[in-house]
Design a protein. Structure first.
Length: 299
């Protein structure tokens, strides 16, 4: 598929900080896209490494590089990129992730056909030296009403897989910059978008790679704080009960914090609610680990 002057412009927003060792791969994956009518907006939070040198090695006029202090709120960098974007469509790409060549072509095809937001699975990468990736960061096709399905399933949309209409992001006010929502601002955004459209489309192909080898901003304490915030904002207002994903994640968080008595009821609730055998096995493993630790502690 060759892009032409009449095809839709895609604005790719890439926030980055001290990812010089990753961002080259992200940019190369954009340059290899079969869909060529794009602009890439790299928003750098004043990195202390050689990110500038890496980016400036690319002379493509479609790449814009700017410095921006985001005050430890990555959503601020993304919103800055969105405001500068000239395209009708916004694609999100984290600087440690990268795409397969047909990612934009397949996404734009669906958007031009009426979708409002498109996403897909990503291969999970834990080593930069592997060439085969058997595991995926799985996404799911959401069903109407999408808002309710998102609350029930949790965040089943991978950020670096998303291409969305810019008009929709403007309608919901972009991503929240509330510090209590750091690491969950994407899920919050999809929920707010779901109040305006049901046209969420999942592509069947796996069209990119997600770095899971460490260095992500999420910590156990941050996850716990975020789960409480989501419960206050959404679950207590829209759900009769907390969904399985919430109990599972909160159970794991409390377990990692050695709060075993607090973890146990959440994990039991998740076990009853989940139908996935794999999830049930994982929960049983954690519960046995808890009981063992409690017995050892009691002795």
């Amino acid at each position: 598929m060759e892009s032409n002057k009449n095809s839709s412009l895609v604005s790719i927003v890439i926030p980055t900080f001290n990812h010089a060792h990753f961002i080259e791969n992200a940019i190369l994956s954009i340059l290899k896209q079969t869909y060529t009518n794009w602009e890439a907006i790299i928003v750098d939070n004043y990195s202390g490494d050689n990110t500038d040198d890496v980016v400036h090695n690319f002379t493509d006029s479609r790449i814009t590089f700017l410095k921006f202090h985001n005050n430890d709120v990555i959503a601020s960098s993304r919103n800055t990129g969105i405001r500068l974007a000239k395209g009708d469509y916004i694609a999100f790409l984290d600087s440690d992730d990268w795409w397969l060549p047909k990612k934009l072509e397949e996404s734009v095809c669906k958007l031009d056909s009426g979708a409002d937001i498109v996403y897909h699975d990503l291969y999970l990468v834990k080593s930069r030296f592997k060439r085969w990736y058997p595991k995926r960061l799985k996404t799911f096709q959401l069903h109407t009403p999408v808002f309710n399905d998102l609350l029930e399933r949790g965040n089943v949309i991978a950020n670096s897989s998303v291409v969305i209409r810019k008009s929709l992001l403007e309608k919901v006010g972009g991503l929240t910059e509330d510090k209590n929502m750091v690491a969950g601002e994407d899920y919050d955004c999809w929920l707010r978008v779901a109040r305006h459209t049901e046209r969420f489309v999942r592509l069947d192909e796996t069209l990119g790679y997600y770095w899971a080898g460490g260095g992500n901003i999420t910590s156990t304490e941050l996850t716990k704080k975020l789960l409480f915030e989501f419960s206050e904002r959404y679950l207590s207002n829209y759900c009769d009960r907390n969904p399985a994903w919430y109990h599972y994640e909160m159970g794991k968080v409390q377990y990692r914090l050695s709060c075993y008595k607090e973890a146990t009821p959440h994990l039991k609730n998740a076990f009853v609610s989940y139908t996935s055998l794999i999830k049930k096995i994982k929960i049983i493993f954690i519960l046995f680990s808890i009981y063992y630790r409690l017995i050892v502690k009691a002795e």
